[in-house]
Design a protein around this ligand. Structure first.
Ligand SMILES: CC(C)(COP(=O)(O)OP(=O)(O)OC[C@H]1O[C@@H](n2cnc3c(N)ncnc32)[C@H](O)[C@@H]1OP(=O)(O)O)[C@@H](O)C(=O)NCCC(=O)NCCS
Length: 186
């Protein structure tokens, strides 16, 4: 199986390939939400709900430069993704928020999330974003991943958000990571 990681660069002059990739991204989000993850959405969550998120929120953000999306492909098909929200206030031009780290349930434990986070950090560095922040469900599988990648755990907010398939409120853990730009590293 061939694995590739890349910043997602949808080409508006190739509408059919953008459509196909939006379908693949929608499949990932739909599967992840319906498998119970706490990633903003709750069930019932249809495939068209998932597609609308990518086409109406993410795609315009990518085109305007407010969002940066990294995708992981297996044999050419997108099965994982993570985003950087670059739309920070004017006094935080050096910061970005990591959101929506998603790996399709059929492609898990292959190291894709780890590879996505490493690629995202490289992309953040290239975009001049040196302070990255995120929050994740306390005790969830992603928490150990972030800690192992050198993210600093700030603390826990109890009762922050519900999971997608239960009404119970879960705590969230806040993390940050400072990354060096190429200029600082040399
Ligand atoms: C969390 C998630 C992104 C991990 O994706 P993945 O590609 O399977 O993860 P990887 O194979 O790269 O594993 C990276 C690390 O995550 C942790 N991890 C991932 N899945 C795990 C599991 N089922 N149990 C325990 N730890 C797990 C481990 O620390 C792992 O490192 P290791 O392989 O050295 O033990 C995926 O399970 C997912 O999409 N979950 C739902 C959405 C979500 O919670 N996203 C995070 C939002 S902040």
């Amino acid at each position: 199986m061939t694995r590739t990681l890349a910043v997602w660069r949808p080409d508006p002059s190739h509408a059919s390939s953008v459509d196909r990739e939006l379908d693949e991204l929608a499949d990932v989000l739909h599967a992840v939400v319906n498998a119970g993850a706490g990633v903003s959405f709750v069930v019932p969550f249809s495939r068209s709900d998932a597609r609308a998120f990518w086409s109406d929120t993410v795609l315009p953000g990518v085109f305007s430069g407010r969002r940066l999306v990294v995708v992981a492909r297996l044999d050419g098909r997108i099965v994982g993704t993570v985003q950087l929200d670059l739309a920070t206030p004017p006094n935080q031009p050096h910061r970005a928020e990591v959101v929506k780290l998603l790996v399709h349930p059929g492609a898990r434990r292959l190291g894709l999330a780890r590879a996505l986070m490493v690629a995202l950090e490289d992309a953040a560095r290239a975009a001049g974003r040196t302070l990255l922040t995120l929050d994740t469900v306390t005790g969830g599988n992603a928490e150990a991943l972030y800690a192992s990648l050198g993210w600093v755990r700030v603390g826990v907010i109890p009762g922050y958000a519900r999971g997608s398939t239960t009404e119970e409120l879960d705590a969230t853990t806040l993390f940050y990571k400072q990354v060096q730009t190429g200029e600082e590293a040399t």
